[in-house]
Design a protein around this ligand. Structure first.
Ligand SMILES: [Zn+2]
Length: 137
């Protein structure tokens, strides 16, 4: 997949705060969700339940995921990204993240709660499973 057009992701501060809140509320477990949008612009945030209720991995509830995709279709959005949190680790993709990311070409936003300030970094995974970071603007 050609990911060269994914140079940056546009996330309104209110959307970013919504994800950060989700991450803080779910801690010490990881949170997850999907991002609806157009091109590289996020137009909706869909928080999903982490069915694993784990501090180190996540799996989105399939029914909620299905509902989110249906809402996107109704709103003429596409799924442009996935987000999840690292309650104690850095905002970098883990080895498991690379292994379990089945969606190359999507934005991959990671929220870190390791420091006092909640922080997010965004990546795009190439088809060879390497990540390159893209600025959140
Ligand atoms: Zn992760």
């Amino acid at each position: 997949m050609d990911t060269s057009c994914l140079h940056s992701i546009v996330v309104a501060p209110s959307f970013l705060e919504r994800m950060h809140e989700h991450a803080r509320n779910a801690a010490p477990q990881e949170c997850c969700g999907v991002l609806g949008g157009r091109g590289s612009v996020v137009t909706s945030v869909y928080p999903l339940t982490n069915d694993l209720h784990s501090c180190s991995e996540y799996f989105a509830n399939p029914q909620e995921f299905f509902n989110a995709v249906r809402s996107m279709r109704e709103k003429n959005e596409e799924m442009i990204g996935i987000y999840h949190s690292h309650p104690t680790g850095p905002a970098e993709p883990s080895k498991m993240d690379a292994e379990r990311n089945f969606y190359p070409g999507l934005f991959y936003l990671i929220i870190s709660l390791a420091d006092e300030a909640t922080r997010s970094l965004c990546y795009v995974m190439e088809s060879d499973k390497t990540f390159h970071s893209v600025p959140i603007v």
